[in-house]
Structure formats: structure tokens, C-alpha cells
Write a protein that binds this ligand. Structure first.
Ligand SMILES: [Fe+2]
Ligand SMILES: [Fe+2]
Length: 453
């Protein structure tokens, strides 16, 4: 029987009491994955950790986020479900320094410190480690098969035989341009709202009037609010109800996010390892960019949010082309140290930043958004003093490292130098990550929008 796959999100763990046709899987970059299996009881689980220990000192409701609290909580849950410490065996993976790094970036080696802490704790609890592949510079996946108890650590990208003979013809510039016209565009009303939101003098009444005129946008917005807010009866039935319940800021964010959701969902293959992956990534980046803007004061919050949401729109265009070159793409990512822009350029002749900026021009996005889309991987190549691209870059970096390994950043320069532009040092950055709401890394990052703080 074919096993289903359950992705264990960052900061969470899952324990299963019985053998079953299910594979627990974690996508690991800087995060560390720990699987534990008791072969006598025939049960096990998987833990997906972000950080070595709490740095803010604040009590946290997510023990799985840290090695210091996650490992004990995970082992306790296993024992409660029937595992015995004498029979447990662990496998550890992840903790990589993703992307080319400078000496300064080594100071941010969160993954290395998390892996060290995990090993220290497993030793303290007398749990033997049967396999461990941590550190290095590549993302990987860790899998535990709950039927057989077998573990598998697989470097990202080796989804097919690397030596497989592969014939591929690069698409022409015309073919790529034509695919833009084949996409369902972002609705006009959403574009209008997007321009209003980022003009920094957004008139909410005018925005709400635009939304009320458009039944599709209204329905999409209400669907997103209801899915995140309620599972039961008390549904939000109108934009006016949503305004009372959510307030202006959150409602505006929900309107543009729900419009973009439909756009991102048109492509769900290579760039997105699981269904909806591109949108989750965009949404998470938007929320983190908004919070980075609030934390650093380096950009207008609504603009940072919108730029985060839009930064990878070029991938939606390129996805259909990269799909036919999938093995080449993954192999290139591995060989070329995850320099995604170089790999795209070599295989397709363009990269997703260029294509995204072209889409932005076509749809008359404000200039600062186009700039952020174009330079989100290499903000230092953009206009000096424009910090929006740096905000999006840092948010993208956090999401790619802690959500999964499928959106690796390309770094020629030093990450520490880029954070310094935003006035952030390594410890401030780590503190910022520590304070982020965990749901931002989940499969429904939008729930963060609707939580009152
Ligand atoms: Fe990107
Ligand atoms: Fe991204």
C-alpha cells in the first residue's frame, strides 16, 4: 500500500502510536529535524526545531520551536504513547548554513548550535543516535516511515537520478512572454487597491467602495477571513462585518492577500514542493516583512507587506517552463550552491526577479514595488537608500530557512552586511526570529493576520 506523506511544520512535532502507512517528513534548511523510533513498540515520531533555546526569555506556547524544550516534550509525548526509552533510536538532520556565507555570517550559525543542543540532549536522555547528517551548506529532507521505522535523509534536489539522460530545449524569450498572457491576471480591482494601499495615504473608504463593487474579490476576501477565523457557524457575511471584526489594516491585508492567492495558485509544481507552497511562502514573507518594517522603521508597513506578497510573482510565470526542466533545475541548484538566479538564467535565459519586475511594469505597480521585486535576492544591486528590497530580502531569508528548503536565497554578499542596512545586528536578528508568531511557518500563515496581539 502506498504511504501518505505528512509534512511536519517548523516548531512542531508529531507522534504516532501505531504502525501505519504514513511517512512523516520535514523540509530542513537551518532547522533541525529529529526522528525517534521504538522498534519494539513499532511507533515513533518526528520533531522539527527552529532554534537552540529561547533567547527572549519569554515563556512560549510552542515547545517544539526550541531544542531545549522541544526534545524533552517530544520524548515525553513518545513515552506517553507507549514508547520505551531503552528501545528508542534517533536520527538527526538539518542545521545547514544555507547559501554562500561570509565569516560574519558564521556568527548567525543558528542551525549548527541547534544541532549541537539536540545531540547534547539526546545524550543526556540516553537515546542512541543511529544516523546524523547535520551542518553543511545544503537543504535536505528527513523522513520517517511509520510502517517500517525506516529513516531517510535526502539532500534537496536529488528527486531524480542525477545521471539520468535528459533532453531539454530552453524556451525562447517569446515563449516566456507568451506565457504571461496565458496566465489569469490579478484582477483590475485588486491592482487598483494595491496601488492605493502602497500610496501611503490610503483612503480606506475608497478602498472599501472598490471592494464592494467586485463580487469576486468580496467573496474571496470573506472566504479567507472565514477560513482563518471560524470553522463553525458565525460566518463573516459582508465586507462591513469584516471591517467591524478585523479593523481597517487587517481587512486591507486580507483583500490583497486573497486576490493574490488565486494568482499564485495557478502554478504549483517545481517551485512549490507541496500544494499551495508558493502562496504560503508569499504570505509568510509578507507577514514577516510587515513585522520587520515595524521593528526597524525602514519602510511603510503596508508597502512592506504588499512587496512581500508580490516578491516571487515571477515564479508563477516561470513555473510551467521550469517544470519541463525539473531535473536540470534541481541538479543545478545543488551544484551551484543554491544560486537560484544563476540556475534560472542558465536554464531559461531569465530569472524570476526580472520576470516579476516585467509583470509589475505591465500591471503598473508602483515603482518601489517593482524595485523590491527586481532586487529582492540582491538588494545591494538596487538603488542606494531603498530599504524596501532589504526588508523583503530579510523576510524571504527567514521564510526560506525556517519554513522549508525550497526557496533558497542567493547570497553573493554577506547576510550580516544586508541586515546592517536595516540597523540589525546578529543578536537583534535572532531575537526578531524568536518573537515571530509560529503560525507564520505553518501551512496557513494567514491565521497570524487575524490574531489579536
Ligand atoms: Fe525570490
Ligand atoms: Fe521568495
Amino acid at each position: 500500500m502506498e504511504s501518505n506523506i505528512h509534512y511536519v511544520a517548523s516548531g512542531q512535532f508529531m507522534v504516532a502510536a501505531d504502525r501505519q502507512p504514513l511517512i512523516l517528513k520535514a523540509l530542513l534548511g537551518t532547522c533541525v529535524g529529529v526522528s525517534v523510533y521504538d522498534s519494539v513498540a513499532g511507533m515513533g515520531g518526528l520533531l522539527h526545531i527552529l532554534l537552540p533555546e529561547p533567547v527572549s526569555g519569554a515563556s512560549d506556547t510552542h515547545p517544539g520551536k526550541y531544542a531545549s524544550t522541544g526534545v524533552p516534550a517530544f520524548l515525553k509525548a513518545l513515552i506517553e504513547k507507549g514508547a520505551h526509552p531503552d528501545n528508542m533510536r534517533a536520527t538527526v538532520a538539518g542545521g545547514a548554513l544555507v547559501g554562500p556565507v561570509s565569516e560574519q555570517d558564521m556568527a548567525l550559525d543558528i542551525g549548527g548550535r541547534t544541532a549541537e543542543k539536540v545531540h547534547e540532549l539526546l545524550k543526556r536522555y540516553n537515546i542512541p543516535v543511529s544516523a546524523s547528517e547535520t551542518g553543511g551548506f545544503f537543504t535536505c529532507t528527513l523522513e520517517l516511515d511509520l510502517n517500517t521505522g525506516k529513516n531517510r535523509i535526502c539532500p534537496s534536489g536529488l528527486l531524480r537520478d542525477p545521471e539520468e539522460a535528459f533532453h531539454y530545449t530552453a524556451p525562447s524569450a517569446d515563449a516566456i512572454a507568451a506565457s504571461v498572457t496565458g496566465l489569469k491576471p490579478i484582477p483590475q480591482v485588486a491592482l487598483k487597491i494595491l496601488r492605493m494601499v502602497t500610496s501611503e495615504e490610503a483612503d480606506f473608504k475608497a478602498i472599501a467602495a472598490e471592494v464592494r463593487k467586485d463580487q469576486v474579490i468580496t467573496a474571496q476576501t470573506l472566504r479567507m477571513c472565514n477560513a482563518a477565523l471560524y470553522s463553525g457557524r458565525n460566518q463573516v457575511a459582508s465586507i462591513d462585518d469584516a471591517l467591524i471584526l478585523l479593523g481597517q489594516d487587517t481587512l486591507i491585508k486580507s483583500i490583497i492577500s486573497s486576490a493574490l492567492k488565486t494568482f499564485y495558485r495557478q502554478s504549483d509544481s517545481v517551485y512549490s514542493l507541496c500544494k499551495g507552497g508558493l502562496f504560503h511562502h508569499a504570505m509568510g514573507t509578507a507577514i514577516v516583512a510587515d513585522q520587520l518594517a515595524a521593528h526597524t522603521g525602514a519602510a511603510h508597513r503596508a508597502t512592506a507587506y504588499t512587496a512581500g506578497l508580490l516578491h516571487d510573482i515571477g515564479m508563477v510565470v516561470l513555473d510551467q517552463h521550469i517544470t519541463s526542466a525539473c531535473p536540470l533545475f534541481y541538479r543545478g541548484m545543488k551544484k551551484e550552491n543554491h544560486r537560484i538566479l544563476e540556475v534560472e538564467k542558465r536554464i531559461l535565459g531569465v530569472d524570476h526577479c526580472e520576470v516579476g519586475a516585467k509583470l509589475g511594469l505591465k500591471w503598473a505597480f508602483p515603482e518601489n514595488l517593482i524595485h523590491a521585486i527586481r532586487h529582492h535576492h540582491r538588494p545591494e544591486d538596487g538603488k542606494a537608500g531603498d530599504k524596501l528590497a532589504y526588508i523583503v530580502h530579510a523576510a524571504d531569508l527567514i521564510m526560506s530557512r525556517f519554513q522549508s528548503g525550497v526557496f533558497p536565497e542567493s547570497s553573493r554578499g554577506s547576510i550580516a552586511d544586508r541586515l546592517a542596512v536595516l540597523g540589525m545586528g546578529p543578536s537583534d536578528f535572532e531575537n526578531f526570529i524568536d518573537r515571530l508568531p509560529m503560525d507564520v511557518f505553518s501551512m496557513q500563515p494567514e491565521t497570524v493576520l487575524f490574531k489579536k496581539t
